[in-house]
Design a protein around this ligand. Structure first.
Ligand SMILES: NC(=O)c1ccc[n+]([C@@H]2O[C@H](COP(=O)([O-])OP(=O)(O)OC[C@H]3O[C@@H](n4cnc5c(N)ncnc54)[C@H](O)[C@@H]3O)[C@@H](O)[C@H]2O)c1
Length: 315
């Protein structure tokens, strides 16, 4: 049996890396971080201090302490004793390849190397690892990772099943909700689902069907409320009545629903559409204080996460 993971490394401490660092610290883990940009250590410590109030609200694990954060000069120093490495460097393939070669050379052979990459597939850079490419996995979070539970885990062509399973177990053990992608695909799962919705949102504005504010309202005051609780298939299941989702496919409503899929627009956000949407957003926000909107968004999200944690029968 391997010992539980307590020593982590965070490579790249921008938006995502800093958020992961806060979360790992709140779960009582040791974090050794690195980032080459000037002032990165001070910025990271400032970000962790800012996130900590939310972490306290969510509940700290035993031993959780921002002081367990150590900042070092190089990726090699960061991963030297790590059991789990979370990489969050800029989204450039050449950079990820060079970085993973270095992480693989310096990390203990049993350490898992996970990448937060949003758009690159593990198979595109794990072959840069000369020693143990089998321990490289996707560990894609949703922004901000210190609050949002979803992590998408996938292996590349050379990844071992054991590495995927260990990454899934680690994320689960620290309170994340990992999902396993059975094969790699550009954009993974959640961003592809969002992409489908965004395309239609722009299409509806371009086609003059509804204003930007009303398209936003159609989600935030409508299905978005249910989607935070149950995913698309379970929502359909509840729409099917007593017979559930299976019965739904037999009803006339289903053919009409599927018929709509053929009708969805494909759209390019050209300068005119971009300007129209930006003006619509400015108009939507005009009566509101944006800093306060952000604060309320985060506070409401935290409250929702706490409610969800207590709702044991929501999968
Ligand atoms: N921003 C998001 O919403 C989001 C969500 C999920 C995943 N991601 C993924 O997370 C990763 C980081 O994105 P981000 O938004 O935090 O970017 P960012 O630009 O905020 O941070 C990247 C950090 O990496 C540092 N860096 C540059 N070269 C480096 C190197 N050689 N080694 C280590 N660090 C280096 C930079 O100085 C910077 O601080 C990307 O792969 C991105 O696809 C981003």
């Amino acid at each position: 049996m391997r010992p539980p993971i307590t020593r982590t490394a965070i490579i790249g401490t921008g938006v995502i890396g800093a958020s992961w660092a806060s979360y790992f610290l709140a779960r009582g883990l040791e974090v050794v971080a690195t980032d080459p940009s000037p002032g990165a250590e001070a910025a990271l410590r400032e970000a962790v201090a800012q996130h900590w109030h939310s972490m306290v609200t969510m509940g700290l694990a035993k031993g959780a302490d921002p002081a367990r954060l150590r900042f070092v000069a190089t990726p090699e120093d960061a991963v030297q004793d790590a059991q789990f490495v979370q990489e969050n460097a800029p989204e450039r393939l050449d950079l990820k390849r060079e970085l993973f070669a270095r992480l693989d050379a310096a990390a203990p052979p049993t350490a898992i190397l996970a990448s937060s990459t949003s758009t690159i597939m593990v198979s595109q850079f794990q072959d840069a690892c000369a020693r143990h490419p089998g321990r490289v996995v996707l560990g894609h979070p949703f922004n901000p990772p210190h609050l949002v539970p979803l992590v998408e885990v996938a292996g590349g062509t050379q990844t071992s099943a054991e590495a995927v399973q260990r990454a899934m177990a680690f994320y689960r053990a620290i309170g994340k909700h990992p999902i396993h992608l059975k094969r790699e695909i550009r954009g993974h799962v959640a961003n592809r689902l969002q992409a489908a919705l965004w395309q239609e949102a722009f299409n509806l504005v371009q086609a003059g069907v509804a204003s930007v504010a009303d398209v936003d309202a159609a989600i935030a005051h409508g299905p978005g409320l249910r989607w935070a609780l149950l995913g698309p298939f379970l929502n359909l299941h509840l729409s099917g009545g007593a017979g559930g989702i299976g019965a739904l496919f037999e009803k006339p409503l289903w053919a009409a629903t599927e018929g709509m899929w053929r009708d969805l627009g494909t759209v390019h956000v050209d300068a005119a559409l971009g300007a129209e949407v930006a003006a619509g957003v400015a108009q939507e926000l005009a009566p509101h204080d944006q800093a306060e909107m952000l604060r309320q968004r985060d506070a409401t999200l935290l409250a929702l996460l706490q409610l969800k944690a207590a709702a044991t029968e929501l999968p």
